[in-house]
Design a protein around this ligand. Structure first.
Ligand code: BDR
Ligand code: CA
Length: 331
């Protein structure tokens, strides 16, 4: 029987990226063909090291291709070590040596190569700033037709932003790339803060997981999640020692879209000024606007606006507690 979703995972691991990766590896309907990395939560070099580390300690020799180190045109900033740790995984006290190294090609080249090799079969799940997708579009303008679909953890429509009152971090980190992605014309879904802020995961969940599945991968995730929950409990004490689900919900949407309510419409990104990184959705759909940029032929996105948070959490729980971990690929 063939696996339902062949995936390339574009990521900046990152604690919630690590959780998303492990959900994807654990879910029987998902096959992660390859991982592409970008700057964001950490430098791109650290993201690549983390992607290699997280896959190898979970026993998977999945290809990792390194991507962009800076935004397409915005001035680069510093990674938020206070959220994910300076190493992106909550400052792990030690790491084992693992096998493998990054691919010789860039992330954008890897995406294009794989899309051409499996036309119409691959879903790109991107949970980080979108420069790799932007560059891949420049390399292969027919990419939207070559990919089956694209699912983003990015943006926000009605929920306040997390890096400004209106902007979500992945979009704000590279607004030019994000606007290219929202106007490229692929089968596109956006899983943004409107739904990721509804799924609050207590640190006790990761403690339970590590006890249930004793393994270096679950210990690593628990350590990283503890650090991440320290950040969230400092800014949102009302949540308890907990974090938002963020990136994992892109995969939850992929395998269980029925848990989400979506709206379809044109989305554009503000690329400068006070609203930099804002994702704006046309909620009317059929009006003529004198403002250029909202022409009727601009592509539409399925934006997730609501989620059955309890069912999503149950799916995350049963998936991660399944029998998916293999012996670590140590060097
Ligand atoms: C997004 O930003 C990053 O910090 C997280 O990994 C997630 O992809 C949430 O806004
Ligand atoms: Ca991320």
């Amino acid at each position: 029987m063939s696996i339902k979703h062949k995936v390339i995972f574009d990521t900046d691991p990152g604690v919630d990226d690590a959780m998303a990766l492990y959900f994807a590896l654990a879910h029987p309907d998902i096959e992660v063909l390859g991982i592409t990395t970008t700057f964001g939560n950490v430098t791109v070099q650290q993201a690549t090291e983390n992607a290699l580390y997280l896959t190898r300690i979970a026993g998977r020799a999945i290809p990792v291709a390194q991507g962009v180190s800076v935004p397409l045109s915005k001035a680069p900033g510093l990674p938020p070590g206070f959220i994910h740790g300076d190493d992106g995984l909550g400052n792990l006290p030690t790491r084992v040596s693992v096998q493998g190294q990054a691919e010789a090609c860039s992330a954008a080249e890897y995406i294009v190569k794989m899309a051409r090799a499996y036309p119409g079969e691959i879903t790109l799940v991107a949970v980080a700033p979108l420069g790799n997708l932007g560059l891949a579009l420049r390399l292969e303008p027919a990419l939207p037709q070559l990919l089956k679909k694209v699912v983003l953890m990015a943006g926000t429509i009605n929920e306040p932003g997390n890096v400004s009152p209106v902007a979500e971090a992945n979009v704000w980190n590279d607004p030019d790339a994000a606007d290219l992605v929202f106007t490229a014309g692929w089968n596109l879904a956006m899983v943004g803060l409107d739904v990721t802020h509804r799924v609050v995961i207590p640190s006790g969940f990761f403690t339970q997981l590590a006890a249930h599945q004793q393994h270096i991968a679950t210990d690593t995730l628990k350590h990283a999640a503890d650090f991440y929950c320290n950040f969230y409990s400092a800014i949102r004490p009302d949540l308890g020692h907990a974090c938002y689900g963020h990136d994992v919900l892109a995969f939850v949407y992929l395998v269980a879209p029925e848990l989400f309510t979506t709206a379809k419409g044109r989305i554009r990104v503000a690329k400068e000024g006070i609203a930099n990184g804002q994702t704006m959705m046309d909620k009317h759909g059929s009006l003529f606007y004198p403002q250029p940029g909202w022409e009727a032929e601009k592509p539409e996105t399925h934006a997730c606006l609501q989620i059955n948070a309890e069912a999503a959490m149950a799916l995350i729980d049963t998936t991660l507690k399944g029998n998916w971990l293999l012996p670590a690929l140590t060097a």
